[in-house]
Design a protein around this ligand. Structure first.
Ligand code: LRH
Length: 493
């Protein structure tokens, strides 16, 4: 049997994880092999990634993986969050450390861009939601604030594509990342000339588009010598982490399905075959993101576990050490009926004193949280309610109803949130795999290498090989009454 060993490098906002996958007789195993921390670095009010640290850790993790598997790993691929990019000179020198998409420079740019090309005109081309973290707003802001850097640039590579390039791949732009820039025409499947013209941005900065499963190079001899390690082919996965995660949804058959990709963000959506690009869809805040094998992720971002991650970070600075599992357990044992926040309040977007801001929001709606655990309870029940709100919108806009929701990604380990999601949506929750992003990355490499036929076969392998937990809606609380209070408090109604 052909050696299937494949390495996924999965980068997230709070850390990087490397997995090695192997495939035998239609069953796969995924071994976590290396991890490292990632974080936002604030420099004079600007938010950056600690980029050289990330690259150094990937090289180290790659060498560790090859060593553990006797130099037999045949392929690797990198996925990461979307939006952020590196600018390079003609000789490939990085011009600035990549900014973090939460950087404040994009403030106000959604409205300003609307004057350059009206939103609906953009939506009919790109099909994307309008969120201030998108690449187009970063480029517009950068042009105004640091136009000198942009004019020196010869290439723009998105974070996972740039890291692949540094490992030895050619320069490329992977399709799933391009699709969410709000500059890419998803109907014509190319950069949208008119948007570039209207925004006054340079299209020549982008490298040719490649697709998930394409081979894009080989780990360079330089790195192999430096790290005393063997080479492997480099593939494009769904470079956008959410594309990789949804590729590993253990959905059976070819039907559309609902999912929540739960991590730093909660991406609440449905996988569809065709985009929905109506005005109603735009106004409801939905985007049509490009997926592996051209599936459409019809999606809306909910702020997600970021709120809890930031609380834990701040509490740690205050000398209080909590684990996520411990907090979820304690929060499940207290009641804060009627106390809600809107998780998507703009005040929660940038790094901040999160516990203080959330407590302030609670007070505004008439509830004073008594302690940290109550705060966690309120955040968790508000997330579950927001999921229901988005799911109901999806059912209206797709004109169909769904029985269950797949919850994938690290957040699927939060049993308390899963149960509340089942309760509030009234749908069965299928939770797992927790490492969906890394797994989807590996499955896509296997499709590219011809070891799996297509996404349906990949998902069947995933369902057979991963641990999936079920949560059934319980009716021990008045969920409809509580949901009504959520809508009133957050003014979503
Ligand atoms: C998740 C993610 C998500 C984007 C966000 C900015 O990591 O890629 O899909 O919307 O980061």
């Amino acid at each position: 049997m052909e050696n299937s060993l494949a390495l996924a490098v999965d980068l997230g906002g709070s850390g990087g994880k490397l997995f090695v996958g192997s495939l035998e007789n239609g069953k796969a195993s995924f071994t976590p092999i290396y991890q490292f921390k990632n974080r936002i670095v604030i420099v004079k009010g600007r938010a950056y990634w600690d980029f050289l640290h990330i690259f150094d850790e990937i090289k180290t993790g790659y060498a560790v993986a090859q060593r553990e598997f006797g130099g037999q790993i045949q392929s690797m691929a990198i996925d990461a969050w979307c939006n952020d990019y590196a600018l390079l000179t003609k000789n490939g020198t990085m011009l600035e450390t990549p900014r973090n998409y939460r950087d404040s420079r994009t403030e106000g740019w959604i409205e300003r861009a609307d004057e350059l090309m009206p939103k609906f005109e953009v939506y009919q081309r790109t099909g994307q939601q309008f969120a201030r973290f998108e690449t187009c707003y970063h480029l517009l802001a950068q042009k105004e604030q640091d136009g000198d850097i942009l004019s020196l640039a010869q290439d723009l590579l998105f974070v996972p594509d740039y890291l692949s390039y540094l490992m030895g791949a050619q320069k490329y732009t992977e399709y799933t990342i391009a699709s969410v820039t709000n500059l890419y025409n998803i109907l014509e499947n190319k950069w949208d000339d008119d948007i570039f013209r209207a925004y006054g941005l340079r299209q020549d900065l982008f490298s040719p588009i490649v697709y998930p499963g394409d081979k894009v190079g080989r780990v360079s001899q330089e790195i192999c010598e430096e790290m005393h390690t063997a080479a492997a082919d480099i593939y494009a996965a769904g470079a956008h982490d959410t594309a990789s995660a949804v590729a590993a949804t253990p959905a059976q058959g070819d039907d559309d399905f609902l999912f929540i990709s739960s991590g730093t963000w909660s991406l609440v959506g449905a996988e569809l075959k065709e985009p929905i690009m109506t005005k109603a869809s735009m106004e409801a805040g939905f985007g049509n993101e490009g997926g592996v094998q051209n599936r459409v992720r019809y999606i809306r971002n909910v702020m997600g576990l970021w709120i809890l991650q930031e609380c834990v970070r701040v509490w740690k600075q205050q000398g209080k050490e909590y684990t996520f599992a411990g907090l979820a357990d304690m929060a499940s044992k207290v009641q804060c009926d009627g106390a809600f926040i809107d998780p998507d309040d703009e005040r929660l977007f940038e790094p901040t004193d999160m516990p203080d801001v959330v407590a302030q929001m609670c007070k505004e709606s008439g509830y004073v949280p008594k302690n940290d655990v109550e705060l966690v309870r309120i955040i968790t029940q508000s997330l579950a309610c927001k999921y229901r709100y988005v799911v109901e919108k999806i059912e209206t806009l797709t004109n169909r109803s769904y029985d269950g929701i797949h919850v994938i990604g690290g957040g699927s380990q939060n049993g308390f949130l899963n149960q509340l999601t089942a309760d509030f949506t009234g749908k069965k929750i299928l939770a797992g795999p927790a490492d969906a992003t890394g797994i989807g990355n590996i499955l896509t490499q296997w499709i590219g290498r011809g070891l799996l036929k297509d996404l349906n076969e990949a998902r069947a392998v995933c369902a057979r090989s991963c641990d999936i937990r079920e949560y059934i809606p319980s009716c021990h609380q008045d969920v409809d009454g509580q949901y009504e209070l959520f809508l009133q408090t957050t003014k979503l109604k």
